[in-house]
Write a protein that binds this ligand. Sequence first.
Ligand code: ARG
Length: 393
Amino acid sequence: MSIMKTVVLAYSGGLDTSVCIPLLKERYDYDKVITVVADVGQPQSEIDDATRRAETLADAHYTLDLKDEFVRDYLFPSIKANGLYEGYVLGTALARPLIAKKIAEVAENENADALAHGCTGKGNDQLRFEVIFRATDFDVVAPMRDLNLSREWEIDYARDHNIPVTVSREKIWSVDENLWSRSIEGGKLEDPYSIPPEEIYEWTASPEAEDVPASEIVELAFEGGVPVALNGSAMDGVALIRKLNTIGGAHGIGRSDKIEDRVLGLKAREIYEHPAATILLTAHQDLESLVLTRDELRFKAVVDATWAELAYKGLVDEPLYADLCAFVDETQKRVTGDVKVRLYAGSATVVARRSDFALYSEELVSFGESVIDQRDSEGFSKYHGFQARLVRR
Ligand code: ARG
């Protein structure tokens, strides 16, 4: 057993997790604080700032590039399951389990004693981190939740500890970003009757701007339920999502303003930007409607909703999550084909789709005599709604 006590902290570079570093030593008696910045596709400048900051504040630091893993293990499954929670695109929730697992891995390698996060006691993220953390033997520390600090106190404490403070005293909004989604909450946005100011948006142009770009059609190729090419060029997931965020963002696509039910039951006003997600989920769902049977579609909608609820709660180690993923994967074997989406002034509309697995047949719909003999339908028509007739009799 070492006498030195070591803690590994999930670090973002923001005020909360920055003040956690000295707090973990002063209030919790850790001798060594190791920080981990998880790159799940936030802007590079943010990763660089956080890394630089961590290198001056912490005893040791890791910046982990998790983008490919994030896409493969979390975003692609979410596309396959049409991942929406209460109608909005899942984002923050998808990245947390991966970050938490990586923190635990670093702790294992560093022979640490504890895992720490900077989440407060009000939100979902504490649950998503801790459900993973508590499956290990490490101690779990949550200074922000324990100490209930005010922003003013944190700013003063940061100044005293040579932590550069870039936020203002009047609380502005809090942002969480990954490759899939940018979430903005808090500050004056907490009044659900306040109209969000244009300045909160960074990924999307205003769909109402006078100079909205002319409409544009993007062509997406899917294989086994996941996107593999954009406008005819094969691309890996990270590049494809980045590119679609840029294209869709210019058209003002993918803004949502939601009253969201948090896991603890609190309702919160949340604003999101997710251009690529909106385009991909719209296209994916349309392709499913072309290739899956009516029964599959109806049942899959139930599976998708349950999948999304588990994902929202961060319960990716719940056995049901794997069970549902297995069902979804089975259905996706035929979700291969091309979809054209028109982008214009904030909307993404599917305008064309095709697949070798299409259950749609022009021949059948246009009733070529040789395929469908319309007289065969007479018997079916006689008994359609039969039970209702029995009730009335
Ligand atoms: N409400 C969202 C969720 O629980 C996003 C929270 C992200 N945090 C933030 N500071 N915007 O998934």
